[in-house]
Design a protein around this ligand. Structure first.
Ligand code: MN
Length: 289
């Protein structure tokens, strides 16, 4: 199942290039929650939504998926966890330009994971607003694992049972000396989309091709088999420090080919079992988004 959020607060089921508006069953599946459970209500309701929309799509309004404004498929993650230095060829590229990147640790076991502010999260239809155009701002394409259920100290062998879905992410990064959580948490600097794809439709998450094009030019082209810590190990690693909740996002690290973006650029991220997303880059306007 491919599920998106679009326009103001609608929920869509994506089949091919068509989008079916399943907002009504999605709202019904997200039952009232007087206990305010931690995590994202839509992700928590995924199994119920799947069974409710499974039978027939005849009753739902449909439109071309191109015609809607795609939002982040997850709206309320309790945290956005991200892996640094997790692709072998990217580590080599960072070491070659260490001063520019400002990092020193290249061993993920020692470097650990980091967090990005949840308020930085946007969907592809919202785009990226570059905040400091006089400084270097880079794209980082990443596969994102979306956590489906609560867990702590999750064993590696069970870790993929905690992944409900996958999505594509952009970990947009202002380069410079400040703390990473500061530079990577600017509004709109965490993109998620184009939709979530439930894990049952991603048979080999550790053998996916990822590409990123900037203005049509291929910049990142990698396979998830090149990860240092695979997804299961990342989930295990994160859960040794944090309790994971439904909707928590795990950005699994960027491969080689990282480079700068500027207002006016158009990014296109693609991954075969997930799909493609177009994300435009503009200049930030104070008080104007
Ligand atoms: Mn990253």
């Amino acid at each position: 199942m491919k599920l998106c959020r679009f326009d103001v607060d609608a929920v869509g089921l994506v089949i091919g290039d068509r989008l079916y508006d399943v907002s009504a069953p999605a709202r019904e599946a997200i039952a009232p929650d007087p206990d305010h459970a931690m995590g994202d209500p839509l992700v928590r309701a995924l199994p119920r939504i799947a069974s409710m929309v499974g039978a027939s799509l005849a009753g739902y309004r449909a439109c071309p998926v191109q015609g809607v404004r795609l939002r982040s498929p997850v709206r309320f993650p309790t945290k956005i966890i991200a892996a640094p230095v997790n692709y072998r060829a990217h580590i080599a590229e960072m070491q070659a330009s260490d001063a520019q990147f400002g990092h020193t640790l290249t061993d993920i076991e020692k470097a650990g994971l980091f967090l990005k502010a949840t308020s930085s999260l946007v969907g592809p239809g919202e785009g990226i607003a570059v905040r400091f155009p006089e400084r270097r701002t880079d794209y980082e394409l990443e596969l994102v694992a979306i956590i489906g259920r609560q867990g702590s100290d999750i064993p590696v062998a069970a870790a993929l049972d905690y992944v409900a879905a996958y999505s594509l992410g952009l970990d947009i990064t202002l380069r410079g000396p400040e703390d990473r959580s500061f530079r990577k948490s600017i509004d709109s600097y965490t993109v998620l989309g184009p939709w979530l794809v439930t894990a049952d439709e991603v048979a080999q998450p550790q053998d996916l091709g990822l590409t990123l094009r900037v203005n049509g030019e291929l910049r990142q082209d990698a396979r998830t088999s090149d990860m240092v810590f695979d997804i299961a190990r990342l989930v295990h690693f994160a859960s040794r420090f944090y309790t994971l909740y439904p909707g928590d996002l795990l950005y699994t690290g960027t491969p080689q080919g990282v480079g700068p973006i500027r207002p006016g650029d158009l990014l296109r991220a693609e991954c075969a079992p997930i799909g493609a997303m177009d994300v435009s880059v503009r200049a930030h306007r104070p008080n104007g988004g």
